[in-house]
Design a protein around this ligand. Structure first.
Ligand code: GLN
Length: 532
């Protein structure tokens, strides 16, 4: 067997948003089920150094890792499917790699040389790919190249993986779309043919083609794609639309994708273990109860803004044999009285207020939290949702006039939420928030301690503001319980209101650590209460 490193490179074409990330995650899951260690790597063509400075409405949620990296949301999918913890080496962007090369050039690392894209930038990329393979001790690294074939932005990355294939064992998998035309419903292969031709022009021959389509690919269509794209028929894989994303590994497994990939990479076939995954999928597909949960957000125009929150609800519900119907409520619509609170929330079993930044929609969120508190409706607040819950309680229970966050009203008369001490004086916006995993100590006999079944909770964070400690005693005297605090007692991490159906919030983002087979304790508690 060759001692070269093993890579699978996944590219995409015809359309963006085909679900390459889901394919990578599902393939990874299958290889993992065969006992192989897989490390995924996402390459993003944008010039931002990381995803942290992008608006979720444009690019979907910003995912946060344990080490505090703010990364592309695909990494969330990888973590959920593979049940692994990724780190800053799992995401490369144009900005990140150029920054590295330019810094090296300034230091004089290339002294005397003309620093060109090839071989310097491609060389740096290849080093990163190989370093990830070595440090992760993976058997296979799967590299997902963001964007579509034909984009100017991702050309340097495609060149780098072409070069990589001269040095290591690389399998190229291309994801495409097979649309259906006309009343007869004929599956059309031309976009795939033309897109693969573009890939071949830059020197990459796909070894497998994953075809997204509404229905499974017909045999004659597979034959045609095989012939025109120069890929053996058995490596033309069908990716029909599915209701449940966690079913994708199973659909790939029916087509023996793991065996085909392992054989291509000269790795031995092994026995599979997909039992628990299959059981989970069965439960999700056969719920015995349905509930409606409102997500009161400010980026509801794009569902992807709340990807991990939705997934976490599904994980909890799946494990409880239930199905959650998410109802998006745009908080600025409530704020502007375009829609009434009762109208928006009258038919839901629970209310979730997720994270966010900036003033728009805050008053709408606060109104909805008041409704949940007064109507005894299960409520879960995350990060900004936690801060809004503190503001709502301060105003309406503790009677603190004009209580607010200094993020929204800098000279508020009762700044119950204020900028963190450690954040004062920081002006740069990239990667400077309180980021990554932190520990909270949980209060005895609290709801959260019960749910986490532990004295501490480790959750990921991404924020600049916090509960103003000057108000903690007053709020606690009025009945708000801060049930989780940082070790030194200075940062309020969890809150709850006793004698309520479920009123819990956290400064953290527990949605980033939920997994299909290990739902987040907080979401589990929330969904359980909604089901009652
Ligand atoms: N805007 C708030 C802060 O910076 C909340 C952030 C969030 O919800 N992630 O503290």
């Amino acid at each position: 067997m060759s001692n070269k490193r093993k890579f699978i490179v996944v590219t995409g074409g015809v359309l963006s948003g085909l679900g390459k990330g889901l394919f990578v995650s599902s393939l990874g899951k299958l290889l993992q089920s065969r006992g192989y260690k897989v490390a995924p790597l996402k390459v993003d063509p944008y010039v931002n150094v990381d995803a942290g400075t992008m608006n979720p409405i444009e690019h979907g949620e910003v995912f946060v890792l344990d080490d505090g990296s703010e990364v592309d949301m695909d990494l969330g999918t990888y973590e959920r499917f593979l049940d692994v913890k990724l780190n800053k080496y799992s995401n490369i962007t144009t900005g990140k790699i150029y920054k590295k090369v330019i810094e090296k050039e300034r230091r004089g690392d290339y002294l005397g040389k003309t620093v060109q894209l090839i071989p310097f930038v491609t060389g740096e990329l290849k080093n990163d790919y190989k370093a990830l393979y070595d440090h992760s001790e993976a058997d296979i690294v799967i590299i997902e190249i963001g964007g579509t074939i034909g984009d100017i932005e991702n050309q340097i990355f495609l060149e780098s993986v072409r070069e990589l294939s001269l040095e290591e064992d690389v399998m190229f998998v291309h994801c495409t779309l097979v649309p259906v035309m006309g009343v007869v419903g004929e599956q059309k292969t031309k976009p795939t043919q033309q897109n693969v031709r573009m890939l071949r022009e830059i020197g990459i021959m796909p070894n497998m083609i994953f075809c997204r389509s509404e229905k499974p690919l017909e045999d004659s269509i597979k034959k045609k794609i095989s012939l025109f794209c120069n890929v053996s028929e058995e490596r033309v894989i069908s990716g029909p639309d599915l209701k449940n994303i966690y079913e994708i590994p199973l659909v790939l497994d029916e087509q023996c994708v793991a065996e085909k990939v392992l054989s291509f990479l000269n790795l031995e076939p092994r026995r599979k273990d997909l039992y628990e995954w299959k059981e989970f999928v069965k439960k999700v597909n056969n719920p015995s109860k349905e509930i409606n949960i409102a997500i009161v957000g400010k980026y509801t125009g794009l569902k992807d803004s709340y990807a991990s929150v939705i997934e976490s609800l599904d994980h909890a519900a799946g494990n409880l044999n239930a199905k959650v119907n998410v109802k998006f409520v745009e908080s600025s619509d409530i704020e502007d009285n375009k829609i009434g609170v009762e109208e928006a929330l009258g038919d839901v079993h629970g209310i979730l207020v997720p994270g966010g930044f900036g003033k728009r929609g805050i008053e709408g969120k606060i109104k909805c939290i008041k409704y949940a508190r007064e109507k005894n409706l299960p409520f879960l607040g995350l990060c900004l949702g936690f801060q809004c819950a503190v503001i709502e309680f301060s105003r309406n229970v503790a009677e603190l006039n004009g209580a607010n966050s200094t993020e929204f009203v800098p000279d508020s008369e009762n700044p119950v939420i204020d900028i963190m001490l450690a954040q004062r004086g920081i002006n740069e916006k990239g990667g400077t928030m309180r980021l990554g995993e932190y520990e909270a100590v949980l209060k005895d006999n609290s709801i959260v301690k019960n749910l986490y079944k532990d004295n501490i909770a480790l959750e990921r964070h991404r924020h600049r503001y916090e509960v103003n400690t000057n108000y903690v005693e007053l709020l606690e005297n009025k009945g708000l319980v801060f049930s989780g605090k940082s070790k030194d007692g200075q940062l309020m991490e969890f809150l709850e209101i006793p004698n309520h159906n479920f009123f819990v919030a956290t400064q953290a983002h527990p949605e980033f650590k939920s997994r299909p087979l290990k739902p987040s304790p907080l979401f589990f508690g929330f969904v359980s209460s909604c089901l009652k």
